[in-house]
Design a protein around this ligand. Sequence first.
Ligand code: ADP
Length: 551
Amino acid sequence: MPGGTDQTLAPFLWRAEQLYPETEVVSRTHEGVVRYDYDEYGDRTAQLAGALDDAGYGEGDRIGTFCWNHHRHFETYFGVPGMGAQLHTINPLLPDKHVQYIVENAEDRTLFVDRSFLPKLEGAYADDPSSFESVERYVVMGESVPDTDLEAVAYESFIDGHPTEYDWPDNDADQPAGMCYTSGTTGRPKGVEYTQSMLWSHTMALQQPQGIPLDDDDVVMPVVPMFHVNAWGLPFSATAGAAKHVYPGPQPEPADLARLIEEEGVTVTAGVPTVWLGLMEYVKDNDVDLSALDRLVVGGSAAPEAMIRFFDDRDVELLHAWGMTETSPVGAAAHVKRDLRDADYETRLEKRSKQGLITPGLAFRVVDDDGGEVPWNGEDFGELWVKGPWVTTEYFGRPDANQAEFEDGYLKTGDVVSVDEDGYLKIVDRAKDVIKSGGEWISSQELENELMAHEDVSEAAVVGVPHDRWQERPLALVVPVEGADTGALESSLRDHVLESYPKWWVPDTVVFIDEVPKTATGKFNKQALREEYGDESLVEGRVPDDAAPGS
Ligand code: ADP
């Protein structure tokens, strides 16, 4: 699989296969733990490419996946783009109407689906078969196909009998290789296509020291789902670095993650904060050996300071990173700059809690409401615009969005950020989540972090609700820790916020809930919260006069 002269994925696998044929790929599946090496991975990937080729697919065809993180899904990662087609990963946790929209919009010709996601897919199909018109076959990841009305074949039968060598084409740099839709937390899902060269350059950027470099002595476990933005590109970069891969499989619980870390000697893992909050609870209550674990990459939502401290105390370096579907996804990481390495712990912690330094290869600006660039003073903020080789320059079939979201070659991210004197980006909020109160802005993310730093709070989300006088006011939805005295907690939280913020930032109302609803990518579902709690009567008249916004 040497590839041509263009920037494509093919040489990464070719090199790993030639130089490290015995390095392992380990996968937790519905059928138990599967273990093989790069040599066998290459053979099976060639078989998959041959099967797709025989089925009539190639350049211009989109092949969808609806799967957890496991070895077969990983085989599609190199197999599909390698043979010239386009790998379209679909998030199975999305509502049916989004899945229908995405499949219809992308015109996927085949869908690879996990056994456990089959009922979900059948449901979406039964509800609106017309949106699945383009799909010619369903391939169920496994040895056999359970009872289903869909036209399905088992993955192992699909690839069986095909040669373990494949005559890989020389793909072009501009050829579409991947695709992922934004999760729709910002409206209708928007398709982002990844060309071969976008995936190549993102892989190379991850591999340099200020990315998430992976080496041949690393054992990499992407917990971040392979169904969303290519598990942050780690399956590609782990192969480029010839690391051992560990895939945690269907619905991994904290106990599964802890066991894999211990048994497989995981050195690097990555995921959204909610995953690590779960692991932290588990580690507190159980005897878990984290000694192999070297680095933990956290992104997708802000990593709370308490989380960084928790892992520091256990000798695990938490690297906070920022990115989005449109940036393939990694765009920044909070590495500590040389000049700051000797600074005291709290100063370094403050930097590491930010979303970080722009990744080499990308450029950015931060633009205020008047179109001017904001100064790098850590105070002023504006919208983050980014551009670079692995940042998309358009949405799939969405001229309306292209008009609004790109300017001067930059992608307008919708993230509101400040930049400090050292160049660290800090996300203040997503533009649509910022609370506009009396002409001033309140950052919902900062308030959430402050509330979550209180010892009696397990999770906290803050949303703006309409207010007659102030336009919007913050409402806090708080999950207390077990056994907390909620009677006293509300006023204690007010005092806690007041220690660091002005009065007008203090949430007018605190509602105690059992769980913060999450989106399909594990983030707080603010849209659902706004729909449920966005009733102005909840905060009506509760802002004291001396707490006027801005005071
Ligand atoms: P969606 O949230 O719609 O699923 P993405 O997965 O593309 O879409 O999410 C990208 C967004 O996630 C970013 O624009 C940003 O708002 C947020 N995000 C990513 N990393 C971080 C981080 N480290 N801290 C805070 N927010 C983050």
